[in-house]
Design a protein around this ligand. Structure first.
Ligand SMILES: O=P(O)(O)OC[C@H]1O[C@@H](O)[C@H](O)[C@@H](O)[C@@H]1O
Length: 314
């Protein structure tokens, strides 16, 4: 793996087109020779843009998103760790903010690697690695969650997919509890025309109805109002898809991530968020693979990994 270093724009290789990478003050941007690109903000290691070869953006970022580091970025793919949702009382995470601190801490770019190109073929994949450890988070976060940890988040772009993978390391001697969730904000042409598939017969927690447990009856979940559901015990190898007119816009498979949260704030909640445009809810849906049903327990010295692979319409 190369270390990320200046000059800002590094083109690897001379004659064969290679991925390019630009290391900017706040973002790391990579582009494949085939035209696909990704941009990762160091604040939260939030993927804030993923474009296909034709330039079409796949991720939603709110028109009112705050990008100055004072608030988690409203859109893209925020990383949720070590707690999903409001922390429960009397737990090691109780003093943390909703969704933890990973999305509101500044990560370090660790470097890039790309698939070996032998012969005439150009590298078709680029992997960007980001790191966050106990010593890098704010005093307040450290006080609220005083564990020794290391996170490595890898964002791998290929022409036909985006893969993001979070490794959690316990660098101390005490075990700790955590949740992980990858909070994908997908850009959709019209939320009233899409559905989310492959969750039929699954049990979910309906956060819009005080956490009631329900059974999903539909295999094409339409978003017709405020939606906030955590689907439990989902087979990670079965793709959960966002579908429009019978065609998948996105299909997500997972490893180690057995819950899927589906969220759209709809009209009223959108108005109550300072960083979410009033009409923005019409052009997005969050489908969030996670490990949030129970606490994951990580013993001192151990590591855990969760991965999602997102295939776009192609
Ligand atoms: O406003 P936040 O903290 O980014 O959270 C957004 C939403 O994130 C979702 O994952 C949660 O299920 C919702 O309950 C929550 O409202």
């Amino acid at each position: 793996m190369d270390r990320g270093k200046k000059p800002a724009s590094i083109g690897v290789g001379a004659s064969i087109p290679q991925p390019t990478i630009a290391i900017n003050e706040n973002t790391v941007d990579a582009k494949l020779p085939t035209g696909e690109s990704v941009s990762v903000h160091l604040f939260g290691a939030t993927v804030v843009s993923w474009k296909l070869a034709d330039g079409e953006e796949q991720l939603f970022v709110s028109s009112k998103a705050i990008l100055n580091g004072s608030k988690a970025i409203r859109g893209g793919i925020p990383v949720v760790f070590p707690v999903f949702g409001p922390p429960p009382p009397n737990h090691a995470t109780s003093s943390l903010p909703q969704h933890g601190f990973a999305r509101s801490s500044t990560w370090e770019f660790l470097g890039k690697s790309s698939s070996e190109s032998l012969g005439k073929k150009a590298d078709t994949t680029i992997k960007l690695d980001f790191g966050l450890s106990s010593s890098m988070i704010s005093e307040d976060f450290r006080r609220a969650w005083p564990y020794e940890f290391g996170l490595v988040y890898s964002v791998t772009l290929s022409p036909d997919r985006l893969e993001t993978s979070l490794q959690v390391q316990n660098k101390g001697s005490q075990p700790f509890d955590f949740h992980v969730l990858l909070h994908n904000y997908f850009k959709v042409p019209d939320v009233s025309k899409i559905s989310v598939t492959n969750l039929q017969n699954k049990t979910y927690t309906d956060k819009t109805e005080k956490g009631q447990q329900k059974q999903e009856t539909s295999n094409a979940i339409a978003i017709t109002g405020s939606t906030d559901r955590v689907y439990l015990d989902i087979d990670p190898t079965v793709p959960v898809s966002v579908v429009e007119n019978g065609k998948p816009l996105f299909s997500i498979t997972r490893e180690g991530l057995n819950t899927v949260t589906v969220w759209n704030p709809w009209v009223e909640n959108a108005k109550n968020m300072i960083d979410f445009g009033d009409e923005d809810y019409k052009g997005m849906v969050c489908v969030e693979p996670g490990a949030v049903k129970n606490w994951q327990v990580l013993e001192g010295g151990d590591a855990w990994e969760g991965t999602q692979t997102i295939k776009p319409r192609l």
